[in-house]
Ligand binder design. Structure first.
Ligand code: PGA
Length: 260
């Protein structure tokens, strides 16, 4: 079962949540629930989303960030436990927009990751090189550093999102061979870090995924799913991605039964 994770960022309206969940559920059901869809809307829409998603087995919910403490005097922040309570089973952490615009270090991200696991949510940890790092031939070293530092002391189920910074929102993607090589590298690294015993760590790709390129990216055996930003906000474009990938993502009856 492959993941399709919708990162709405700071977009969307409350009125869109219901339509999005019902449209996406319908299309995913027609595709025999071949994808594990996770909607990560703004936190203010989570409770609303939980109400609609609870009735349907085809959409899970996630948040886009959390604080590393359970509670405290942190004005404006939200803990992982609070997000879990509002409906999030997943939390995106270390997105490049948070690393650059909110100056989040890998140490902060590791703290958040441990908090997310403790709150019984699954962290989706983002890593990825800049254009200059790739051009200089340092992509692997950059991802290795981010990964080891962002996962210090983290024990539990997690998803890694490989998101090259230069591919986010740019319309550019790495070549398929480059995606394969990086995902293999990340899976091997996770074994070396003893995060998983085999190469079972779930690694999804993110950065300019759309209905045109999704099928070829999702068909790669090393790619366990996609994290989608701009093409995830309207239900039409997200459903088009589900339709495009259904032939490369066989259904999983066990998952269906577990959500029923
Ligand atoms: P994009 O964003 O799909 O718009 O490139 C991906 C992301 O930032 O997670």
């Amino acid at each position: 079962m492959k993941y399709l994770i919708a990162n709405w960022k700071m977009y969307g309206e409350a009125s869109q949540v219901r339509t999005w969940i019902s449209d996406v559920s319908k299309v995913n059901a027609q595709a025999n629930a071949s994808l594990h869809v996770v909607l990560c809307p703004s936190n203010v829409f989570l409770s609303e989303a939980k109400r609609y998603a609870a009735k349907l087995p085809y959409v899970s919910l996630g948040a886009q960030d959390c604080h590393f403490e359970k509670h405290g005097a942190y004005t404006g922040d939200i803990s992982a436990a609070m997000l879990k309570n509002a409906g999030a089973d997943y939390i995106i952490l270390g997105h490049s927009e948070r690393r650059s615009l909110h100056f989040e270090t890998s140490e902060i991200i590791a703290n958040k990751c441990r908090a997310a696991v403790k709150a019984s949510t699954i962290p989706i940890v983002c890593v990825g090189e800049s254009k200059s790092e790739r051009d200089a031939g340092h992509a692997l070293q950059c991802v290795q550093k981010q990964l080891t530092e962002s996962l210090t002391g983290v024990k539990g189920e997690l998803i890694i999102a490989y998101e090259p910074v230069w591919a986010i929102g740019s319309g550019q993607t790495p070549m398929l061979e480059e995606i394969t090589a990086m995902h293999q590298f990340i899976k091997t690294l996770c074994v070396e870090m003893q995060l998983t015993r085999d190469s079972a760590t779930c690694v999804v790709y993110g950065g300019s995924v759309n209905a045109t390129n999704a099928a070829s990216i999702m068909a790669l055996p090393e790619v366990d799913g996609a994290l989608i930003g701009s093409a995830s906000i309207s239900s039409e474009s997200f459903c088009a991605i589900i339709e495009a990938t259904r032939s490369v993502t066989p259904s999983d009856a066990k998952y269906m039964a577990s959500r029923a």
